[in-house]
Design a protein around this ligand. Structure first.
Ligand code: SAH
Length: 221
């Protein structure tokens, strides 16, 4: 994708801040998101630099947007809901599966200490290397995220932004005891449920949050 970030004029910065404030009020707070850390992060991170140039003016609309390679940047409300569900205090080590546009990572990096993110599509990974350079607390990898990221495990939190049809066992193993995972699970782009999963020793507790529509978690052979 052709990233929009190179072309943000200073006069546009104010315009986007206004659009961002409206997004937070009308899409996020109005739907019940309360966590101040999440709201502050959404206020700070310029979503417009994470989208394709062609969609820059739609960056703050209430919907997902295409980012090339058949993938999407999630709807702002879903990013907010998933982030709030992680119950971050600021000290957690978080693993994200599906870097995509890099927006969700940037939101997490604005809140917490360490973020690890995995992307299966090499071109998206390379684009994000450049875009996320200034986030010093982010580490990225280009591999099949079905496997999690063993090297830095265990994680306090895991957030999965592509949908598998079951919860991959590596995620359960790489989540700390007492840790929280947020993950969409379902057969295809419809009929998926977003779950909050809490690990208690060898047991897991699954709480359904809402119906969602994510791109599928693909596998690398
Ligand atoms: N968090 C992203 C959402 C991106 S969409 C954002 O803020 O924009 C989901 C992403 O998951 C896509 O980029 C897709 O390529 C990636 N993905 C799908 N299967 C994957 C896998 N097995 N491992 C890692 N990434 C995967």
């Amino acid at each position: 994708m052709i990233r929009a970030n190179k072309n943000t004029k200073s006069s546009d910065i104010q315009k986007y801040q206004l659009l961002r404030d409206n997004m937070i009020q009308n899409q996020i707070i109005s739907r019940g998101i309360k966590d101040k850390k999440v709201l502050d992060a959404l206020r700070k991170v310029p979503r417009d630099i994470f989208v394709d140039e062609a969609y820059k003016n739609s960056a703050y609309e209430d919907r997902p947007l295409p980012i090339g390679f058949g993938q999407t940047i999630s709807q702002p409300y879903i990013v907010a809901l998933m982030t709030e569900s992680l119950e971050l205090t600021g000290n957690e080590k978080v693993l994200e599966i599906g870097t995509g546009s890099g927006y969700q990572v940037a939101v997490l990096a604005a809140i917490t200490k360490e973020v690890y993110t995995v992307e299966i599509i090499t071109s998206l990974y390379k684009e994000n290397k450049e875009l996320l350079k200034k986030y010093k607390n982010v580490k990225m990898s280009n591999h099949d995220g079905y496997l999690g990221w063993e090297k830095y495990a265990p994680y306090d939190r895991i957030i999965v932004t592509a949908a598998p049809d079951h919860i991959p066992q590596p995620y359960i193993e790489q989540l700390k005891d007492g840790g929280i995972m947020v993950i969409p699970v379902g057969p295809s782009s419809w009929g998926q449920t977003l779950y909050k999963v809490i690990k208690h020793g060898t047991r897991i507790k699954k709480i359904g949050l809402c119906d969602v529509s994510f791109v599928p978690l693909t596998r690398r052979n």
